[in-house]
Write a protein that binds this ligand. Sequence first.
Ligand SMILES: Nc1ncnc2c1ncn2[C@@H]1O[C@H](COP(=O)(O)OP(=O)(O)OP(=O)(O)O)[C@@H](O)[C@H]1O
Ligand SMILES: [Mg+2]
Length: 402
Amino acid sequence: MDDTLMRQYRAIGAMQAAISNAKTLDDALHESLKLIVEACKADMAVIWYPDKAGDGRLHPYYWIGSDDITSSSYAPGEGSIGGVFSDGKTLRLLDLGVAGTGGENAPVLESLVCAPLTGDRGILGCVEVSNRAGSRPLTDEDADTCEIMAMMAAISIEEGDLVQDRWQPGKAIMRLRGITREFQNGDQVTKVLKGVNLDVYEGEFLVLLGESGCGKSTLLNIIGGMDAATDGSFDFMGEDYSRADQKTLTEFRRHNIGFIFQSYNLMPNLNAKRNLQLIAELVDDPMDPDEALDVVGLSERKTSYPSQLSGGQQQRVSIARALVKRPKIILADEPTAALDYTTSIEVLSVMEKVVANGSTLVMVTHNEEITRMANRVVRMRNGQVYEVTVNRHRAPATDLVW
Ligand SMILES: Nc1ncnc2c1ncn2[C@@H]1O[C@H](COP(=O)(O)OP(=O)(O)OP(=O)(O)O)[C@@H](O)[C@H]1O
Ligand SMILES: [Mg+2]
């Protein structure tokens, strides 16, 4: 048996196992996509699925790859993806040279395969795999593999009864493209971020996940204007901050960003309310500190000093302190890492409420379970975004177990 066939059989076997072991349909599809990428050695793979309850267009639910395509969508019949969805035939563009597939966020592709997710009830959606310009072009065998795997995924979708409703991204308030960050120590240059593409949508709960040292905090600091990128573009509410000087970044940070740190960073010699007032004095239209303390459930502890509060309570004060600014984006770097399980859930419940009240939250964590609370989960590896998942349902904090 030749290598290609072996590879296909192995991939199909792995896929069967992944689907039958998965606890939820989301997990099954997510795992399937990973296996498709592996089997086809592709740079990018996407599951496109129609939003039948909403606009009827095909939206990306899961994808692997470093481009942020959250807001891309195709009407049935529109473009390559919409075409496959309408006529149910696998599309093979194996030697494109260099071409895009349209859409503002679309990467420049070398080759693309799009296979329908065909089940007994018709065409459910489609799977796209592609390689970028400069990568190895996909082959006919890759296209066959993708087609078979899409068929298997379709069976599991039908069995799992994929619910149709989906989260709709709001307006993109921040756009990062090709963000790099290098650190120089003597003669040695370390490249920590290697071209991050990411949008932040108004009102979303975005969770950033990745192994220690992959660059999460570095990225969060750039998003928050605490640090500047070495290269790449950084656009916030239509303004370009890529080459902003320190003073501009300080202003940007003061008016637009709320920070929540793992270590709370409260002023020890000020009580809870005074900690908030200190921030309220810096901005134009602050939230009343009493109201912010009420949101986090600490109205009774206004006059307590940080040392008189538990870790969870201190973290809730620091959430309230972030709220006081009415920031456009709240950034939280491992806010529950220092807390025990019960206290973490309390703090996460407050985060959930903050998002429900309309805030935009970007939270870094190591904890896979916390991803269930998010609208979008962005996974980083080695200085790049490599996978994005859109959750169809957000789990309440009180459902999380670890
Ligand atoms: N100022 C700096 N100078 C040199 N190297 C740095 C600097 N800041 C960060 N790094 C390096 O960049 C890499 C990424 O760091 P970062 O703190 O962003 O990781 P992280 O994903 O947040 O990890 P963790 O989960 O452990 O918090 C690490 O290897 C770190 O040593
Ligand atoms: Mg970190």
